[in-house]
Design a protein around this ligand. Structure first.
Ligand SMILES: O=C(O)CCC(=O)C(=O)O
Length: 261
């Protein structure tokens, strides 16, 4: 019994960590996945990348800064995301749906977690040469749920720093109201506006090591630069909702079967 109690305690956020998530919209669980598991997940990514195993998203198809202009251009088949991660590989699925992940998600969501196959559900593969920059955005911008309160989980499979395209966040922005005119047509923050510049000046880099997991709110603004290193950066990303926060019927968010944890 003592052993179980100790194990349960380590699988949850401390009150201080939960309070950080509530206040800042993100929290990092250090060493959340073992190095053995990280190696298995990363190897699966390397294997699927080499085989160009569908479903894939190419950098060229998102057209972000630094991406090839088209599939036919040099680097046009650079993969941005290996999609469908939960159905791609057992190690990815087991981690996404495992007891430790479910317990932490239940804590942050305040209810039973449900994994969305429609959003994230991918391995991000940021390449040195043609990997793109992602400007400041909230993931919820194109998602449709009863409440805009989902939590995403980003597992680093190697070191993540600004230099290799690691994430930046704007702490506390998950609870801010932002006027529509502060966004461009694709719902990225317009960096030329003084109000946005002031907000962006509050940015914080999220430095991660392999096995660290970033939990972040679907309304948290985040961004990432290009990968200036010589190695592809692999990160596994999933999104969860609470069971009482269903997707809106008829939208893309409702189009794929979900997994109740
Ligand atoms: O790695 C990146 O460029 C950022 C990815 C991201 O923010 C997203 O997919 O929502």
């Amino acid at each position: 019994m003592v052993g179980n109690a100790a194990r349960d305690a380590t699988s949850l956020f401390t009150p201080a960590e939960a309070a950080q998530f509530a206040a800042e919209g993100y929290v990092v669980a250090r060493g959340f996945a073992s190095s053995d598991l990280c190696a298995r997940i990363r190897d699966a990514g390397i294997r699927d990348l080499a085989a160009a195993k569908a479903p894939l998203e190419y950098e060229a198809s998102v057209g972000y800064p630094g991406a090839p202009a088209s599939i036919e251009a040099a680097g046009g088949r650079t993969v941005r995301r290996l999609l469908g991660a939960v159905d791609r590989d057992a190690a990815m699925r087991d981690w996404a749906c495992g007891a430790d992940t479910a317990a932490r998600m239940a804590q942050l969501l305040g209810g039973r977690p449900v994994l969305s196959r429609a959003h994230h559900n991918c391995m991000m593969t940021k390449h040195p040469d043609f990997g793109s920059q992602t400007n400041w955005h909230r993931d919820i911008r194109y998602w449709s749920f009863e409440r805009p309160e989902l939590v995403s989980l980003w597992l680093a499979l190697g070191p993540e720093r600004p230099e290799n395209g690691g994430l930046f966040v704007l702490p506390g922005t998950h609870v801010m109201e932002i006027e529509p005119q502060r966004y461009d047509g694709a719902k990225f923050l317009r960096p030329e506006l003084a109000a946005n510049r002031d907000l962006i000046a509050t940015k914080r880099a999220v430095a991660l090591e392999a096995g660290d997991a970033l939990f972040f709110h679907s309304r948290l603004f985040h961004a990432a630069g290009r990968n200036a290193s010589t190695a592809v950066k692999f990160s596994l990303v999933f999104t969860y909702r609470a069971a009482d926060n269903p997707p809106v019927a008829g939208t893309r968010s409702a189009a794929s079967p979900e997994i109740f944890l």
